[in-house]
Ligand binder design. Structure first.
Ligand SMILES: Cc1cc2nc3c(=O)[nH]c(=O)nc-3n(C[C@H](O)[C@H](O)[C@H](O)COP(=O)(O)OP(=O)(O)OC[C@H]3O[C@@H](n4cnc5c(N)ncnc54)[C@H](O)[C@@H]3O)c2cc1C
Length: 583
């Protein structure tokens, strides 16, 4: 269970290593030395265990993705084991226990679709699920399908090496174990590597500090305390209203103002729930024909510039009252492609902020101007802007006067010192590539993933990486994962992988690898699509800019879930185009 002191395990050390030569031993020795282990081809030390069970698939990650993959593989009669760094299942919903943590996709959508009974029987109390509720649901799924027995908890994979000669992946754990199987799937998550900026002095801070993405399992009490929270992205915006209610004073350190819309959360209306459930299978199917993987929003037909000012305002007002980000982005058909249209929506939200926040200087600081609305994750909140009307909340603008250091009793910016008892880092994640680059992943006689991704991630369909046979990534960079209802995208990827393994087996094939040409063409397509939108105008985690030194590359596929799914289906229908399969 993480405590403030043990939370320093944050962020991957992005270490570049040279070509893996000669083979396995050098590769693994490098990793193994750090973890005090030995390569499998050397006699294992007493403290090491080579697990010689015959697995078909090794899965890294025990979140929504790893769990569904275990379920699917079992159904195919394949033997698999999943490794999870945490002590239980849930991934995102296991680690992010900060006050106010909540899903911003509606509960009836954000759930598995693979089991009809499950989706009919589970009752969601609120329109948007809280973290504890979602974790309860994931635990329920785990027990219901007896998945726990195939997961090794408190086990972090540190390296993975593929032998072309043996057609075998070898994974090393931080517990001194070594596992082997022909296939390996990274279900490691896009937002699973919390990022704490390296402020000087943090090690001397006398109070408690927390990262929202590594929140302690025991309740954290802020009553009577002066708290500083750094970061106003999604986790910051969700937690600020809750922490403000407890703290004697809350200082919010904001570098970039972000757009947030009211969630309009509340108890789930049983009538709505019943109706939704009676249409579940049609709705799930329909969701695949939408850009964000969420059905129920008729696609807009008009540009924001095709209507009068009055009509435009009416539409925005209606969406604002409804709550939800898809609904708002669906006000018009060009909000994410036409800057002038986008400006109308952005200005509407800025005006709402100005009306809500009483102090005009604070309101202006909170009104985002650095990026088009929707090009960074569009946040949903409950009483976020209202919180700045409280006497015990101070907004500290660190865009011009940056944080210089953490002192033993507070936070020093370039022009002021703020005394605090606790610090909350709501500073996000090394998104999309962090968890993968945290491991040494390589192929004998070939480069590592770290080498190949040195200038930004490359993939074929966000599912595979050329040069790394029998390795799959679930919702990897180059897929629409983070720009969709993620459970839907996860299920689609898992189904693709499971079907692919079945295809190989039925034809006595064992190896699959994306071609370099297919990957290059996909990477170009992902970039071309992004460049036809406003997304690249924002300094977002989609671009990797929140991590110092990370290549600035737009990582998700924003052509929409509908287009993407069709492309994947075509690949399969045409005999796995872009892949080489071999016996
Ligand atoms: C605060 C927050 C709110 C979110 N809200 C939404 C939302 O509203 N809607 C939405 O669609 N999505 C949301 N997401 C995205 C969310 O991550 C996905 O919806 C989904 O939970 C991802 O599941 P996953 O299994 O792919 O990854 P994760 O849930 O991240 O699970 C990956 C697991 O892999 C483990 N792991 C990683 N590396 C290793 C290793 N080397 N060895 C062993 N284990 C490892 C991690 O410990 C983690 O438990 C949110 C994410 C966050 C952080």
């Amino acid at each position: 269970m993480p405590t403030a002191a043990s939370q320093r395990v944050i962020g991957p050390k992005i270490r570049r290593i040279a070509v893996h030569k000669p083979l396995f031993i050098i590769f693994c020795r490098d990793t193994l030395k750090r973890h005090n282990m030995k390569a499998t081809s050397l006699p294992p030390r007493k403290s090491q265990t080579v697990i010689d069970q015959d697995f078909d698939v090794l899965i890294v990650g025990g979140g929504v993705a790893g769990l569904y993959l275990l379920y699917r593989l079992r159904g195919l009669g394949l033997s698999a084991v999943a490794f999870e760094a945490g002590s239980s299942v849930g991934g995102t919903w296991y680690w992010n226990r900060y006050p106010g943590c909540r899903c911003d996709v509606e509960s009836l959508e954000y759930s598995y679709s693979f089991a009809t009974d499950l989706q009919q029987e589970w009752n969601w109390p609120e329109r948007y699920g809280t973290q504890p509720e979602i974790l309860k649901y994931i635990n329920h799924v785990t027990e219901r399908f007896s998945l726990r027995r195939d997961i090794r908890f408190n086990t972090r994979i540190t390296s993975a090496l593929f032998s072309r000669r043996k057609v075998l992946w070898t994974l090393c754990t931080d517990r001194g174990e070594i596992f082997r199987a022909p296939y390996c799937v990274m279900a490691t998550g896009n937002l699973s590597t919390p990022q704490t900026p390296e402020f000087p002095g943090l090690d001397r801070f006398k109070g408690d500090w927390f990262h929202t993405g590594l929140w302690p399992h025991d309740e954290v009490k802020f009553s009577g305390k002066r708290v500083g929270i750094i970061g106003t992205g999604s986790s910051g915006i969700q937690s600020i209203p809750h922490i403000a209610q407890q703290a004697s004073h809350l200082y919010v350190f904001q570098r970039t103002a972000n757009f947030s819309l009211p969630a309009r959360n509340g108890p789930l209306d049983p009538e709505i729930e019943q109706r939704h459930k009676s249409e579940y299978s049609a709705r799930r199917k329909a969701a695949f024909n939408t850009p964000f993987g969420i059905a129920g929003y008729p696609p807009p037909e008009k540009s924001a510039l095709d209507v009068s000012n009055k009509e435009r305002l009416q539409i925005y007002e209606q969406k604002w009252a409804e709550g939800g980000q898809i609904s708002f982005l669906y006000s018009f058909n060009d909000l994410l492609t036409n800057k002038a249209s986008n400006d109308t929506a952005a200005e509407f939200v800025r005006q709402k902020i100005r009306k809500t926040v009483k102090d005009p200087i604070v309101a202006e600081l909170l009104a985002p101007k650095s990026h088009p609305i929707g090009t960074k994750r569009l946040i949903l909140d409950t009483n976020y802007y209202e919180t700045y009307n409280r006497n015990n909340v101070t907004l500290v603008d660190v865009s011009n006067h940056a944080i210089e250091e953490i002192t033993p009793n507070g936070i020093r910016t370039e022009d002021c010192h703020f005394t605090v008892d606790s610090i909350v880092f709501a500073t996000g994640f090394d998104a999309m590539t962090g968890a993968i680059l945290d491991m040494d992943i390589g192929v004998e006689d070939g480069p590592s993933v770290r080498d190949v991704w040195e200038h930004g991630p490359t993939s074929y369909l966000g599912l595979t990486i050329a040069g790394f046979p029998n390795l799959f990534t679930i919702t990897g960079p180059g897929s629409p994962g983070v720009k969709s209802q993620m459970i839907l995208s996860i299920e689609q990827h898992v189904d693709f992988i499971a079907d692919c393994l079945q295809h190989l087996r039925s034809r006595d094939l064992v190896q699959i690898e994306a071609t370099v040409e297919a990957e290059e063409s996909w990477v170009k397509h992902v970039k071309d699509v992004a460049d036809s939108t406003l997304y690249p105008l924002a300094n977002s985690w989609y671009m990797g800019v929140n991590i110092p030194g990370k290549p600035k590359v737009f990582m998700p596929y924003v052509g929409g879930v509908h287009t993407y799914k069709q492309k994947c289906d075509d690949v399969v229908a045409n005999g796995y185009t872009g892949f080489i399969m071999s016996p």
